[in-house]
Design a protein around this ligand. Sequence first.
Ligand SMILES: O=C(O)CCC(=O)C(=O)O
Length: 295
Amino acid sequence: MTAVPRFAATADGAPTPAMLAAWDRDGVLVLEDAVPEADCDALIERSRAIVEAWDPAEGAAVFSTTAPKHAADRWFRDSGDKIRVFLEAGAVDDTGRLTRPKRAAVNKLGHAMHDLDPVFERVSRRPSLAALAHGLGLADPLLVQSMVIWKPPAVGGEVTCHQDATFLVTEPESVVGFWLALEDADESNGCLYAIPGGHRGPLRRLFREVDGALVTETLDPAPFDDAAAVPLPARKGTLVVLHGRLPHGSAPNTSDRSRMAYTLHMVDGTARWHPGNWLRRSPGMPFRGFSDMTD
Ligand SMILES: O=C(O)CCC(=O)C(=O)O
């Protein structure tokens, strides 16, 4: 098991030569103190307010990577330019009714907080994150997807091992994920794990629209090298940067502590956005970069 080095984030966000060497070798970077704790708290507070304001009667869907049914669901399909709440499979009964309070039942929020909510927009478009994205080689980083992964105590589900390039498709591949620990994450509450160097392997699957339906195609049946996976514990404010091909996931949260994280996925605007991507935007809401603030 190869340990992944940890770095103190630079003040301006620009990656150092040592960080770039680790990025090329491992396909993952762990940057401590990348975002101030006060900003993590602001995102948690906004997330809770969004959930409190949400009426389950408006709509809801279970999101699960172990028993995925969301692909056929309009609540998921139309969420690329909205802020929507998704639930844990273990928190609804056979009729889809919540079996626990809303706050304890959420799987995630998605997928456009970075464009629609001013607090998320401010944190997502921090100049230091822009400098990091450019420094990692994205010529024209476009912020395409945001999620709050809720991971509540006891029912927070597993995220199965995957590559983000499966889900956000450009030609050539260009997706990079920023995963921010909003709370301390360790092996007891389901921190991330990844397979360092696994980004140099093939892309295994593609999830995209074919004839009007979302389908998962297998491109390469080679299994991930699970034995090479390493846990990535992260203190609040730590940013884990994930190459689009890097196999990663997280175990269920069986502890009594929540493990909230914020993820922001970007692609390079110089690459072609595949028209079959599951994530779609209305014409009035195109993808924007780091410097395109709304106010
Ligand atoms: O936060 C997690 O547990 C997993 C998130 C993830 O894998 C992703 O956003 O691609």
